[in-house]
Design a protein around this ligand. Structure first.
Ligand code: UTP
Length: 270
């Protein structure tokens, strides 16, 4: 079983400025609910029992789950059913979350390395909270694929050719079935010319525990950041199996301002 998930939350969120000058972007509301709650609900529904949050020094995300005395005071005073239910929900999330700190945003690879001491099983799930996938539980499907094939899995989607430099892009080797194929190689944020395809990695990964040994020695790559994609590339080049999974469901990009606005509208229609 895959029971643990990690969620990197320590980035700067510059594309959502000015909101992110004071807010953690993952707490911004999407149709009246903090974005991170959609991600946590996906984890719970996929059978995840423990989630490790990688957070920066900004305390806001941790505070969101640790307001017990505040809730207790309000509930005592108001006895409001809605607030009681919201508090119960927060308590349910809190029980399954562990926190680890990344004091400098050195990149997703560095963020993942911070969770090393928490990961117990051979494989774990990683979700990037900027990427929401609605109408189908992508994590659940990927866990099933990983367990069946005993290998790593990455969510995948075709992107426009002139957008490849925003993504990790991969080339395919053997096709497993209609929506799953083995990955031959992956490259972080390639130029249009150097991109091997328009198949992009989306923010859901089933990663092997042994990725930590690759992350330990990784040098900064594109943009001076330590990218998880570069560690995955090393594993693939050494013969590790990674499946690209064309997910069902609808992808919503919540990391850019226009994407965040559109995603909120889409979610309100569900
Ligand atoms: P991104 O690099 O896509 O976004 O990180 P960002 O840094 O948050 O925001 P922009 O690009 O400045 O607008 C993808 C995910 O990885 C986390 C981010 O919090 C985000 O959830 N991350 C990124 C870290 O936890 N640590 C890092 O050093 C970098």
């Amino acid at each position: 079983m895959i029971r643990q998930a990690i969620i990197p939350l320590a980035g700067l969120g510059t594309r959502l400025l000015p909101l992110t000058s004071v807010f953690a972007k993952e707490l911004l509301p999407m149709n009246g609910k903090a974005g991170i709650e959609y991600i946590l609900d996906e984890c719970i529904d996929a059978g995840i029992k423990e989630v490790v949050f990688i957070i920066s020094k900004k305390k806001m995300i941790k505070d969101y789950f640790y307001k017990d005395s505040f809730y207790k005071r309000i509930i005592k005073k108001k006895k409001d059913k809605r607030i009681i239910n919201e508090y119960r929900k927060i308590l349910k999330y809190k029980k399954m979350i562990k926190f680890v700190y990344q004091n400098k945003p050195l990149g997703t690879g560095d963020a993942v390395l911070k969770t090393k001491k928490f990961i117990k099983d051979k494989y774990f799930l990683m979700l990037l909270p900027d990427d929401l996938i609605v109408k189908n539980n992508c994590s659940k499907d990927m866990i099933n694929i990983s367990m069946k094939n005993k290998c790593s899995v990455m969510a995948s989607m075709k992107v426009k050719k002139n957008n490849v430099s925003r993504w990790g892009i991969y080339s395919l080797s053997k096709r497993l079935n209609r929506n799953n194929f083995f990955i031959k190689d992956v490259i972080e944020k390639p130029t249009i010319k150097s991109a091997p395809s328009t198949n992009a990695v989306i923010g859901r990964y089933i990663l092997p525990k042994k990725i930590f040994s690759k992350l330990k020695n990784l040098k900064p790559g594109k943009g001076g950041e330590i990218h998880i994609t570069d560690a995955i590339k090393k594993l693939i080049n050494e013969g590790d199996k990674f499946i690209g999974h064309k997910f069902r469901g609808k992808y919503l990009d919540c990391g850019s301002m226009s994407g965040y606005i559109k995603s909120g509208i889409e979610i309100s229609k569900l």
